[in-house]
Design a protein. Sequence first.
Length: 165
Amino acid sequence: MRTTEVTRGKDGSAHPHFHCLLMVRPSYFKKYYISQSSWIDLWQQCMKVPYSPNIDVRRVKGKKGEDENQALKRAVSETLKYAVKPHDMISDKDWFLELTKQVHQLRFIASGGLLKDILKENLESNQDLISENQDNSFSDNKTRLAFNWQSDESRYRRFYDGDIF
């Protein structure tokens, strides 16, 4: 399972990176283990970049009293929670609009192998997504970006004159 996250650098640059959950045989940790430095070398070669990419590989371990299935579900949830941090989406509208243009129609979540159908399990209804204990209030700064439907292009286009700041 792979998710793509894009974080915003202090200089306004975008930093796309992957969060992956890999299922391996138990023998991987005894006989076929790939070291952190080897992962870094492999990614550097694949990306053809002059720097050493940041790689963090960890084994999924169950918490106290947790069985393997619960640990796997927690690992999947952790992997899926990444995309773009809400703060990055609202801190700079021009950055977010450019990001949106560049990642349009990209697949940010992918699953395969034994995890292929995991996203289909236990599909939630809209009612399931509403938390009764959740505070639904939010701070609305009244900022709005406007878009108009362009029939001839069959798509929405930014309508700058309709923006509210």
